[in-house]
Design a protein around this ligand. Structure first.
Ligand code: AMP
Ligand code: ZN
Length: 456
């Protein structure tokens, strides 16, 4: 049966369109990546998962070697500078450390590595080239050590976000600065103080603005125009509008990317996630601590919970939704490991791929998984969206063995307390040694209780 045609909702046209890559044999996609100064939160996980599903689908439709997916790492930024200064380390040390955790987090969420993960600081040369071109073509000007993009010089500015000038002014929270010609003009390059990270440039020692980074990295790895550009809905304005302005004006092109895709926002238990509300939750905490719902969550559950809502809809991140996702996952995992078909699944895989190809209709695809009666088809479908039931089963086994350990340690400790109460020192010492061999160190407290910790 033929593979269904891929349709994508394009923010640029506000319609669902059939996807046609520039090169029919190779798809090029860019997604704005993290600013690596702190742990990524569960809102950040949404574009990571959504665009990973798209990457997997594209590889399935066009062939593994025929898709280039670029997700950048923003490793220079004022928040990074401030955090590094606070800790007395270099920005490279801070961003290396944060990036390492980030890579572990996305792997746990079941995401493939993008084809390229370029770092902003390794593309300063390309940024300078683009800025020089913009100045030469009258779209940018240098003033006071800064270089600014001259917004009124671009006719189509605002095409992606479709905002009026007043709305854009409000949305951009523009800084009024004496070196700016127009209120909307945005920074391409800014001067660095002695103690701030900086690079030599024709405009003095300085550092790039945020938007120019993505124009430079997408150009370096995908060319002047490419197929798909993605990110969260909050990036439409001003970030993506400004990327378009820079790239189109520097390269004399009508478009930067043909399809612009944006995921909706994630909130937690009905409220906007924020540090001040105390409901801010990182991917790392969900995976490794008991902060959310009093337990750890395996990456597969987080991923499935994300995919049960369509990527353009807002999503409410709740403990209940995670529990529901886990119930399905457990059922599928057991069904696959039992390995016996229980009925006729018809054209299940075709319908499943059709749902994904229809602008990533993952909620429909996940629903279809409940009416498949063939474990090998179920396994294939889950693989296509990056859900690995075997890894999930291993996680469960591992957690179980840890809790068995904890209860057997508890039993040994109380047996030792009994032995001590009976003044049976030989037995008490024997149990202490047995625990020591397991790597457990005992501490007898003044109040008669015994606590334990794992030897380091
Ligand atoms: P940032 O590090 O804030 O630039 O965000 C990295 C990515 O996560 C961007 O694509 C954002 O649009 C996206 N993002 C940030 N917060 C949320 C959220 N609460 N829900 C969904 N996506 C988000
Ligand atoms: Zn970007």
């Amino acid at each position: 049966m033929s593979t269904p045609a891929l349709k994508i909702y394009n923010t640029l046209t506000r319609t669902k369109e059939e996807f046609r890559p520039i090169d029919p044999a190779h798809v090029r996609m860019y997604v704005c990546g993290p600013t690596v100064y702190d742990y990524a939160h569960i809102g950040n996980a949404r574009p990571l998962i959504v665009f990973d599903v798209l990457f997997r689908l594209l590889r399935h439709l066009y062939g593994v070697e025929h898709v280039t997916y670029v997700r950048n790492i923003t490793d220079v930024d004022d928040k990074i500078n401030a955090r590094a200064a606070e800790r007395g380390i270099s920005i490279r040390e801070l961003t290396d450390e944060t990036n390492k955790v980030f890579q572990q987090d996305v792997k746990a969420l079941g995401c493939l590595e993008p084809t390229v993960q370029p770092r902003a600081t390794e593309h300063i040369g390309q940024m300078i080239t683009i800025i020089e071109r913009l100045i030469a073509s009258g779209h940018a000007y240098a003033a006071d050590g800064h270089v600014l993009f001259d917004v009124p010089s671009m006719q189509n500015y605002g095409r992606l976000s479709r905002r009026s000038l007043d709305e854009m002014l409000a949305g951009a929270r523009v800084d009024v600065a004496p070196y700016k010609r127009g209120d909307m003009d945005f920074v391409l390059w800014k001067p660095s103080k002695e103690n701030e990270p900086g690079w030599d440039s024709p405009w003095g020692r300085g550092r790039p603005g945020w938007h120019i980074e993505c124009s430079a990295m997408s150009w370096a790895h995908l060319g002047e125009t490419f197929d798909i550009h993605g990110g969260g809905i909050d990036l439409v304005f001003p970030h993506h509008e400004n990327e378009i302005a820079q790239s189109c004006c520097a390269f004399g092109r009508e478009v930067m990317a043909n399809y612009w895709m944006h995921n909706g926002f994630l909130q937690v238990e009905g409220e906007k996630m924020s540090k001040s509300l105390g409901n801010f939750v990182t991917i790392h905490e969900l995976l490794h601590t008991e902060k959310f719902g009093g337990r750890k969550w395996p990456g597969e559950v987080l991923r499935l919970a994300m995919l049960r809502t369509h990527y353009r809809q807002p999503i409410d991140w709740t403990v209940k939704a995670l529990e529901e996702a886990e119930t399905s996952l457990r059922r599928w995992s057991e069904f696959i490991s039992a390995g016996a078909a229980s009925g006729d699944s018809g054209n299940f895989l075709h319908a499943f791929e059709g749902a994904l190809a229809d602008d990533l209709n993952t909620p429909l695809a996940m629903k279809l998984l409940h009416s498949v009666y063939d474990p090998s088809q179920l396994d294939k479908a889950l693989n296509l969206v990056g859900i690995d039931v075997r890894r999930y089963a291993r996680w469960i086994e591992n957690e179980k063995s840890k809790s068995v350990d904890a209860s057997s340690i508890g039993a040994l400790i109380s047996a030792r307390l009994t032995a001590r109460a009976l003044k049976n020192w030989a037995e008490s010492d024997r149990i202490r040694d047995e625990l020591a061999a397991m790597g457990i160190v005992l501490k007898d407290n003044k109040d008669g209780t015994t606590t334990w910790e794992v030897k380091r």
